[in-house]
Design a protein around this ligand. Structure first.
Ligand code: GLN
Ligand code: ZN
Length: 796
């Protein structure tokens, strides 16, 4: 590698075409990758078969995108990876956690990178070796594998940046495409984002931050550029979504210095493709002029989640191409073409004269399904308002034509879009006056329950629970039998009555088991729920379900989010019959189970035509009616799950107060009508409690259960420091693994919780629902949990 900033040899490369997308779903329209991965993991097929399927999928995607009209050099992104784009970099560098140290170097050639089999081992874990930690990618529903670094973790370039041999990495994808006659644009997670998304390993020194390894990472990336160049790549896309977040644990100056160092160094590589740095998931902010001052050839702006930068910052992009992300990669709504064109025109006017503008998506399209044309089950009127990945490619092309040739050139498309938009606005389900009126007349009093001490007294009198009451989070194991009954019911082979009988039998079994084990607050087990959001989406007005709308959640796992398109209303009670039946079987309190407004929104595609706060309140009112009906049916404990409050927290600090205001407000609207004697529970699925503890406190639930067992009660100091007044169930059994915790272990965790919070405030429960567990470990663990609660109770 040699540095000569003033004379990049890439000067003669082709410019970026006028239209591109930043990435495309890699799982396949029929989840081909999922199937190929799972069959290889089962051992039904070989890694060679998997590679062949992946190559077929990539080839199909390239020709599909070309057929949709993405043409010209570097227009089609090459962003394939088998499991996760962050893990691709980690395994290429050999930077895997120490517990997997023996897997380094399995890619061969004397480099520390991992082979494909080992790439999967780290992603999925093996025996006692826990898988790499997984967490949400920015504010999306996609999960990446978190790099764990310290001072000595190997960070070294492996030829081709591939897992295994180079055949799987970006260099190989460039070569593969070239053989097929396509000049693709490889996409790699950028070096600054890679390090910001990493965490310090347990072995790291106290002052270590992953950014300390920037020099080593840049050295590897510089080698990658050289190899991409040798493979014939004309452009490379480095994604820097982490720059949209301003809530990292390092000062902004340090991040900006890293951006400067990274892109000054990488652009100084003499033999390299041109570099597009894509700022996605929000505005680049202060990083924009820093990038402007480096030698990269193009900068991508997210103009959906971000705003048009000011003219001064835009002036720093002189001489570069600006990639304008005006078509959302995050939602499934048609783009407002006229508004997007106005944004593009304003951008062009604000940029230095002659600055080339490429029209693009705001992020990769990995968050949206493939093709709305296949959704023949959705009302055609509603379907006409939607755009999945393929339709979005069309929008990008239309907008590029409009920008280049003027609005007249796309007059037909603009007219059609305006017409569909008007029809959508006028659709009776989109605006229901009774729903709007109900939301408009919500008062603060509706979101306010009686003071906690009053509620506590009323609940104690009604429920008569012992100290350290025991309960579960809601679901019990979903057995093959339950799944079969549900599938048969869906296919119409099992009638309503037969299905109901099957579910009732399951509920009776689960209730009897809990009584026998000796739990204090029982649940019905959620056997009837396929999914905690979809279940409610199917019963509420305002939602549509897709048939093929799968998006990757992590690895081979996909979800099929519902589409929230209209005003939300509850035509009939949704859970009352199941809960009332369960309550009729026992004298112990039965907990009614609902999913909260924020979580329903986070795991659906939410309408873009009214503020999210209003959607949340519509859901809040629907759930409020459900709570009232549960109470009327004799249910004295209601849990409203809000596992997603933390994950949809905005990336920018300035946006957080408003978000927390409406999200907390919608939960309080859902629960605010409950009588003082009704005990309201909530459940959150993570342990980074400190970030949202204030908001969780404001939910004003009587009992909050959270994940804590994996972090060995790390949350307790934060809770104690905050002075959390109400009851807390820090999970004492990590349900994410089949391991059965011993009575001693459960007792020890409970004691710690009692010491920190006081005996009157602690509940004993697992740290999440049990639907993914089997009965063997569920029974054993719950018995130990109940014994531990008894032991601690007696010792007090
Ligand atoms: N009540 C749900 C269950 O037990 C909660 C699941 C969750 O927190 N994700 O399955
Ligand atoms: Zn949970």
């Amino acid at each position: 590698m040699s540095a000569a900033p003033d004379q990049p040899t890439s000067g003669s490369l082709p410019p970026l075409p006028g239209a591109t997308i930043l990435g495309y779903p890699r799982i396949g329209a029929d989840r081909e990758l999922k199937k190929a991965l799972e069959s290889a993991w089962r051992g039904s097929t070989t890694l060679a078969d998997l590679r062949a399927s992946a190559a077929d999928l990539r080839a199909a995607t390239r020709s599909h995108l070309a057929a949709l009209g993405l043409g010209g050099p570097a227009s089609v992104p090459a962003d394939f990876t088998y499991y996760d784009q962050v893990h691709q970099v980690t395994t290429a560098l050999g930077a895997v956690p120490e517990r997997f140290a023996d897997l380094r170097g399995t890619a061969g050639q004397g480099f520390p990178g991992l082979g494909l089999e080992e790439y999967f081992t780290v992603a999925r874990g093996e025996g006692e070796r826990a898988a790499a930690e997984m967490t949400k990618w920015l504010d999306s529903n996609y999960h990446y594998l978190v790099p764990e670094l310290d001072e000595t973790t190997p960070v070294r370039y492996a030829l081709g940046f591939g897992a295994v041999d180079p055949t799987d990495g970006p260099v190989a994808q460039v070569l593969e495409a070239a053989r097929a006659g396509t000049d693709v644009r490889p996409v790699v997670v950028g070096p600054v984002t890679y390090l910001l998304l990493a965490k310090a390993s347990d072995a790291a020194g106290r002052d270590f931050h992953p950014l300390d390894r920037l020099g080593d990472v840049l050295d590897a990336y510089a080698h990658l550029l050289v190899d991409l160049w040798a493979a014939g790549a004309t452009w490379v896309q480095l994604d820097e979504p982490a720059l949209a977040c301003d809530a990292w644990d390092v000062p902004e100056e340090r991040i900006l210095a890293a951006v400067h160092q990274a892109y000054t160094l990488l652009s100084a590589v003499t033999e390299r493709p041109r570099i597009l740095v894509a700022g996605t998931y929000g505005p680049l902010g202060a990083a924009l002029p820093v990038l402007g001052a480096t030698g990269v050839e193009a900068v991508g702006l997210d103009l959906v989640a971000g705003r048009l930068p000011n003219a001064e910052d835009l002036a720093t992009l002189e001489g570069k191409t600006v990639v304008a992300g005006v078509v959302s990669g995050r939602n499934i709504w048609r783009t407002d073409l006229s508004a997007a064109l106005s944004t593009l025109e304003a951008l062009r006017d604000a940029l230095p004269a002659g600055t080339p503008v490429t029209v693009a998506t705001s992020t990769s399209l990995q968050h949206v399904p493939h093709d709305v044309g296949r959704e023949t089950g959705i009302d055609p009127e509603i379907r006409s308002w939607l755009a999945f990945a393929d339709q979005k490619v069309g929008e990008v092309l239309t907008l590029a034509r409009g920008l280049a040739q003027g609005r007249e050139a796309v007059a037909d498309e603009l007219a059609r879009d305006a017409e569909l938009r008007a029809r959508r606005a006028a659709h009776p389900g989109v605006r229901r006056d009774e729903v709007r009126d109900a939301v408009a007349s919500v008062t603060q009093a509706d979101r306010t329950r009686a003071p906690y001490p009053e509620r506590k007294a009323a609940q104690d009198a009604r429920l008569g629970l012992p100290l350290i009451p025991t309960t579960t989070i809601g679901s019990f194991p979903q057995t093959a039998e339950i799944r079969r009954a549900r599938a048969a019911h869906r296919r119409g082979e099992l009638g309503a009555a037969g299905y109901e009988d099957a579910m009732r039998a399951e509920i009776a079994r689960v209730v009897a088991l809990q009584e026998e084990i000796g739990l204090d607050v029982l649940v019905h087990g959620e056997a009837e729920r396929n999914d905690m959001v979809q279940y409610f989406a199917e019963l509420l007005d305002g939602f549509a379900a897709t048939e093929h709308g799968w998006v990757q959640s992590y690895g081979s796992r996909c979800t099929r989010p519902s589409i929230l398109w209209g005003d939300v209303a509850r035509p009939a009670p949704m859970t009352v019959a199941w809960s009332a039946y369960a309550q009729s079987l026992t004298d112990k309190p039965m907990k009614g189970m609902l999913t909260g407004p924020v979580t329903i929104m986070a795991w659906s595609f939410v309408r873009d035509d009214i503020p999210r706060a209003q959607v949340a309140d519509q859901l809040g009112l629907a759930l409020r009616a459900e709570v009232a009906d549960l109470e009327a049916a004799g249910i004295g404990v209601v849990q409203v799950d809000e596992p997603a409050i933390r994950e949809t927290l905005p990336l920018r600090r300035a946006d957080r107060p408003a978000y927390l205001q409406w999200s907390v407000g919608s939960f309080r609207l859902a629960t605010g009508g409950a009588a003082p004697a009704t005990q309201v529970h909530t459940h959150l699925c993570y342990s980074e409690f400190d970030v949202v503890i204030d908001a969780v406190d404001h939910l004003d639930a009587d009992v909050t259960s959270i994940e804590a067992s994996r972090s060995r009660m790390d949350i307790l100091p934060a809770v104690a420091a905050h002075g959390f007044e109400r009851q807390l169930g820090p999970g004492i059994w990590d349900i994410h693994s089949p391991r059965v915790p011993s009575v001693e272990e459960c007792t020890e965790l409970l004691r710690r919780a009692v010491d920190a919070l006081g005996a009157g405030r602690v509940w004993a429960n697992p740290d999440c629902g049990l639907k993914t567990r089997a009965y063997a470990e569920t029974e054993a663990s719950l018995r130990n949990l109940v014994d531990a609660a008894k032991a601690v109770r007696e010792s007090l």
